[in-house]
Ligand binder design. Structure first.
Ligand code: IPD
Ligand code: CA
Ligand code: CA
Length: 270
């Protein structure tokens, strides 16, 4: 058993405050599927409403911290203090289609004098399953009060791999297909579930053995990358280097699968 810090309590409370409305809105979206106009405007309102609740709750607890928000952009705070990085609804396309696989992602990024800021706490909360995946730097990754470890599978033919496929003109489809062409024939399966935050949380939980995607945004991955690392996994760029954020390439897995996969991926991209 572990109890999380006061800060994590603040983050979880904010997510749980926003979740009931998101669940109600999701129920409403399921009814709207058959309407001619479709639920798109309704969903962007639900998304915004969720973000507003998160900001309101977090501001109450840490009034001088800034925000990086998917919907609202940047809100400046005291530059010497941490800032929140938030995706109020990761998995919007699922939500819009009545598919119950989406999450709220909240991370804390701390400034490092003279260096790159660092994410030190993160939570990925899944309102439908009520699972709260959380991690704090140096204190491990957890779901509720259960410790998370990345999977211990070592062989590619046993590995189930998650990815994100470029869509609607986003991302580099040719690069994604080269990687897919190299990886798919070697592994047990590939999944595209539509929430990068949950993909990473599920790698941390050992449900997926690995994950790759590029062209993501900081709010998609900030909490999830910390979860994987605190669960004992590796997250690198596609060449196995430590520039995942800068190159906007994410390859996550346990150590053994990571080294096998990054060779396959690097080979495909040569
Ligand atoms: C998306 C999801 C998806 C990923 C997309 C993201 P959104 O976030 O994380 O899995 O493939 O690139 O934009 O739009 O649902 O918040
Ligand atoms: Ca997202
Ligand atoms: Ca989103």
């Amino acid at each position: 058993m572990v109890s999380h810090s006061g800060l994590l309590t603040v983050m979880e409370r904010a997510a749980r405050k926003a979740a009931p409305r998101l669940r109600r809105d999701f129920g409403e979206v399921q009814n709207l599927q058959v309407s001619r106009k479709g639920p798109a405007d309704f969903v962007s309102m639900a998304d915004k409403r969720c973000e507003d609740t998160l900001v309101e709750e977090l501001k109450k607890a840490r009034p001088d911290w800034g925000f990086l928000l998917e919907e609202g952009g940047e809100i400046k705070g005291n530059p010497d203090k941490p800032r929140w990085i938030i995706d109020p609804l990761d998995g919007t396309t699922n939500f819009l289609h009545g598919i119950p696989h989406f999450a709220i992602s909240i991370a804390v990024e701390e400034p490092r004098p003279g260096g790159r800021p660092e994410v030190t706490s993160g939570i990925v909360y899944q309102p439908i399953t009520d699972e709260s995946f959380w991690a704090e730097k140096g204190r491990g990754a957890w779901v509720q009060s259960q410790r998370l470890r990345v999977s211990s599978r070592r062989e590619l033919p046993d590995a189930l791999i998650a990815t994100g496929i470029p869509f609607l003109g986003h991302g580099d489809f040719a690069q994604w297909s080269r990687i897919f062409g190299a990886v798919a024939p070697e592994v047990a399966g590939i999944r595209r579930f539509g929430s990068a935050a949950l993909d990473l949380a599920w790698v941390a939980a050992g449900r997926f053995d690995a994950f790759w995607e590029s062209d993501l945004k900081p709010w998609d991955v900030a909490a999830g990358v910390l979860l994987v690392r605190e669960a004992g996994g590796f997250v690198t760029d596609f060449r196995g280097g430590d520039r995942a954020m800068e190159r906007n390439e994410f390859l996550a897995a346990n150590d053994v699968l990571h080294s096998k996969l990054h060779k396959l991926v690097a080979g495909a991209l040569r």
